[in-house]
Design a protein around this ligand. Structure first.
Ligand SMILES: Nc1ncnc2c1ncn2[C@@H]1O[C@H](COP(=O)(O)OP(=O)(O)OP(=O)(O)O)[C@@H](O)[C@H]1O
Ligand SMILES: [Mg+2]
Length: 261
């Protein structure tokens, strides 16, 4: 009992006077989350290919730096800073400049299984944790979790591995996004261990819809839903997610179109 209380006190001390919500800065989303993610939480951003998981995670880090003065570290697997820069310059964000100014950190990880490298071990190592503290990061995003787990071992299974990741960053006072590649979409998605251990799940989908003016028009649109967010009275809808000139936007629509299965 005493230990739990001591731990709680330590947690409070780490959080200090910081607001207890971490806004994503994505227009339309924070209002659905009582202001943002709970500080210190770990959120899974899950979806099928092309559903905008990488854009979401990087936007969370960039917005932290530009809108809230919070430093962040983006950890892409097999994507370089140049790839990210090219992608985001389209939206008017200069990743290289933010990196050079020390507002965001990018740790690109290459998969080198032939060298027996364990990615999970690397990104939870003492050395890496010290790097996070020194940099002063408050936000972390890892893209994607699947590859981290695929090229890691020695933690007694997937659940233990994800828990290790979550507890490491939580202890450092960071609020973390893990992207997750889902092979099957739709409304009857199957859940896995990752869904139960994280604090929140944002589900991104690409859906086929018919146009407002008849069946002939067939479109693909993006949707976002909040499947879980601990400590939060969150929006329960299926919201429209748009990629616009300046990045992602979330809209509460009354849909004029009908979705196709
Ligand atoms: N400048 C842009 N303007 C509008 N849409 C864009 C732009 N750049 C990318 N997209 C859209 O975003 C999609 C890619 O987004 P993103 O890379 O975040 O998806 P992802 O979910 O991470 O995909 P994957 O599972 O392949 O990693 C593209 O397929 C395209 O539809
Ligand atoms: Mg991606």
């Amino acid at each position: 009992m005493k230990r739990v209380e001591e731990e709680k006190k330590e947690g409070e001390k780490e959080k200090g006077d910081e607001p207890n919500r971490v806004p994503t800065g994505i227009p339309g989303l924070d209002d659905l989350l009582e202001g943002g993610f709970p500080r210190g939480s770990c959120i899974l951003v899950t979806g099928t290919p092309g559903s905008a998981k990488t854009i979401f995670a990087l936007q969370y880090i960039v917005n932290g730096a530009l809108k809230y003065g919070e430093k962040g570290i983006f950890i892409p697997i097999e994507q370089t800073i140049y790839d990210l820069h090219r992608q985001f310059i389209e939206f008017g964000y200069d990743i290289k400049k933010l990196h050079d100014e020390g507002m965001i950190g990018i740790l690109s990880l290459e998969i080198k299984p032939e060298h027996g490298e364990d990615i999970l071990e690397k990104i939870t190592s003492k050395e890496f944790q010290e790097g996070i503290i020194e940099f002063g990061a408050k936000r972390i995003a890892i893209d994607p979790l699947n590859l981290v787990l695929q090229f890691s071992s020695g933690y007694g299974g997937e659940r233990r591995g994800i828990q290790k990741l979550i507890s490491t960053y939580k202890r450092l006072g960071c609020t973390t996004i893990l992207t997750h590649e889902r092979t099957r979409g739709g409304s009857d998605i199957e859940f896995g261990v990752q869904d139960f251990v994280v604090d929140g799940i944002l589900y991104l989908q690409l859906v086929r819809v018919t146009g407002a003016f008849g069946d002939r028009e067939r479109l693909l649109e993006r949707r976002l839903s909040i499947l879980k967010m601990r400590e939060t009275n969150h929006g329960q809808g299926i919201y429209r997610l748009e990629i616009e000139k300046d990045g992602l936007h979330v809209y509460r629509d009354i849909f004029l179109r009908s979705e196709l299965e």
